[in-house]
Design a protein. Sequence first.
Length: 278
Amino acid sequence: MSEEYQPIGVFDSGYGGLTIFSELLKKLPQYDYIYLGDNARNPYGTRSFEVVYEYTWQAVRYLFESGCQLVVLACNTASAKALRNIQQLDLPVHYPNRRVLGVIRPSVEMIPEMTKTGHVGVLGTTGTILSESYPLEIAKISPHSPIQVVQEACPMWVPIVENNLIESPGAALFVQQNLARLFSRDPMIDTVILGCTHYPLLSRVIMKYLPEGVVLLDQGPVVAERLQDYFVRHPDMDARCSKTGRRDYFTTESAGNFDLLANLFLGSDVRSKHIKLG
Ligand code: DGL
């Protein structure tokens, strides 16, 4: 095992990645972790491809320079818009031995065994929905029995979470509206992918307006399971990730603000450090 501090990096535009991070801590508690939230530049969901890529690459480089050998993009928008460029163009040139993993592929791989009707709904940020990443990836894994995918962008949900308005009447209104729109377009949907890592933080409200019998795909447990498999298949990377149970939190916003909400969402004592990206 590595003697050096070589944590796993977990990146999101804000608090959403904590829904992935908390599952990683449950499943793989022995590793060291850095959580990085780019709260100052959130939301990413309404930004262009170029900007999301630029911000994500800055964050990944920061995590690499902090010792991370492996970074999980705990953000669908970054996975949709930046992951491919980073994996195919940046890593081979700048960091050939480091790895960056996303959240879309592992989620999509769960779908064939979850849906009985073959009709799936995807909720995500405008960026993720417009990228068509989910329909494209789902089509790739089920070429012979095509799965019908209907998407709905929910641009208000991330600001609701980032501003801790989860229990507000506004949250209920937007959740109800977006779900009604999704199901009016395809009442046969029996599985809904929460395709944004912020959304599980709204799950109490979502459950209230979700039609009976419809199941939600929550990415946190899936990503944690897949990372565990990844380490089994890549023992070299596993050996390079240090395991002393240390957790560090970085945010591009004020540390005080971050700690307040991160404590609430994670249910543990978070002391973050303010950093600058770019
Ligand atoms: N949590 C992110 C995602 O999974 C992005 C939210 C945002 O910044 O718009 O898409």
